[in-house]
Write a protein that binds this ligand. Structure first.
Ligand code: FES
Ligand SMILES: [Fe+2]
Length: 397
């Protein structure tokens, strides 16, 4: 599965045969019972991306992070000791949600109901008339959720027995640390809700088969010549994770303003040493729901959080090092996010259309060809966990 320097060479089906080639059950993409198993066996046991260290620059910086799949609201805080921790955003007196703001900076967190007050390390500092409870303050700390960091990205895991994050990421941990996101100090983002299963939403970013049909205008840079579908130059698999190397079109059909926008950001990227790095054409897909791309002019992440069997929430971010230097630089950055959004808008209606067809139950199977191998790999990884969980719990699928 290697890239040739000049001519595009399609990855041979034989190299992907280990993933199988059978049709895939369609109900995995709409059935609430299947989704419930995914929630328990995948999302409550995997390391889930929740933010970036640059969002928590100083002691007391916090984020509120609501994760529908866990039915949880988390409070992610940088403590006075500099360490970042995640807590359930739930007062230990009688369960009131502690913080409503999306983010901010505080030295302590007071529950509005009866003023139990917690420190940035989650410890209960004070509570009015506390002696009347006959409790030990040490037993009243905010419940903690495991949080670990790699390459600037923060991940949580609801499973106390899960292997550490670096073990989970395998060799991709080092790749992640070499990507622009690892040095980012700021970002811009948009989030969206979509009437589609999380895998269907995610898979749209895992295959290029649709590019020439859905993105003939915006996707010109990624298709053409001897690679009319813009298929990846390389694929790679590491445990439950996977990557593809974007094929470089030697004669990209960039519109003049696309080229102009990219050029305005390049001097700063060159000074920061972010051009020509080893993974700048790589697209890392971290199981289960995070994508990250190393392209220096467009280093973006996309995380798809499941809400229900047929509804998801996505967050797209472009990460940058340092503040904008001038209007021209700002334009390059703004354009970068706008372009992603522009392309993504072309996808969204099609993904929802796919969901409405699948949810009708009219077809029993869907099909992946070799160049949709990343989608198949995701399904295989999910399904292995779902089937094992169903066997353990007696869930009927
Ligand atoms: S519920 Fe928080 S102080 Fe009472
Ligand atoms: Fe697309």
């Amino acid at each position: 599965m290697t890239e040739t320097a000049s001519r595009f060479q399609r990855i041979a089906d034989a190299d992907l045969a280990w993933l199988g080639s059978a049709p895939v059950p369609a109900r995995a993409y709409y059935d609430p019972a299947y989704f419930e198993c995914e929630r328990e066996a995948v999302f409550l046991r995997s390391w889930i991306h929740v933010g970036h260290v640059c969002e928590l620059p100083e002691p007391g910086s916090f984020l509120r992070c609501d994760l529908e799949f866990a039915r949880a609201s988390l409070l992610i805080v940088r403590g006075r000791d500099g360490r970042i921790r995640a807590f359930h955003n739930v007062c230990t007196h009688r369960g009131t949600r502690l913080v409503e703001e999306a983010s901010g900076c505080r030295s302590r967190f007071s529950c509005p109901y009866h003023r139990w007050t917690f420190g940035t390390d989650g410890a209960l500092i004070s509570a009015p008339d506390f002696e009347a409870f006959h409790l030990d303050k040490q037993d009243c700390a905010l419940p903690q959720v495991r949080l670990q960091e790699c390459g600037g990205l923060l991940f949580v895991n609801f499973d106390p027995d899960a292997a550490p994050l670096r073990e989970w990421l395998g060799s991709y941990a080092e790749r992640l640390e070499q990507m622009p996101v690892a040095r980012a100090t700021t970002f811009s983002q948009y989030s969206y809700e979509i009437a589609a299963n999380w895998k269907l939403t995610y898979d749209n970013f895992q295959e290029n088969y649709h590019l020439r049909f859905i993105h003939p205008r915006s996707g010109g840079a990624g298709i053409g010549g001897d690679n009319p579908f813009g298929y990846p130059a390389q694929m790679d698999f590491e445990g439950p994770h996977r990557t593809q190397r974007i094929w470089s079109n030697p004669e990209p059909a960039l519109l003049p303003f696309q080229r102009a926008a990219a050029l305005r950001g390049i001097p700063a990227l060159a000074e920061q040493g972010l051009l020509g790095r080893p993974h700048d054409r790589d697209y890392l897909a971290f199981f289960p729901n995070l994508f990250l791309i190393g392209t220096p002019t467009q280093p973006f992440s996309h995380t798809v959080y499941p809400i229900s069997a047929d509804r998801s929430r996505g967050v797209v971010r472009v990460y940058w090092v340092g503040e904008d230097r001038n209007a021209s630089h700002r334009f390059a950055r703004e354009y970068s996010l706008a372009q992603i959004r522009d392309i993504h808008c072309e996808d969204i209606a099609m993904i929802e259309r796919g969901q409405s067809g699948l949810s009708s139950g009219a077809i029993r199977h869907i099909h992946f060809q070799g160049m949709e191998a990343l989608c198949r790999h995701l399904f295989n990884e999910v399904d292995a966990r779902v089937q094992a969980h169903a066997q353990q719990t007696g869930a009927v699928l």
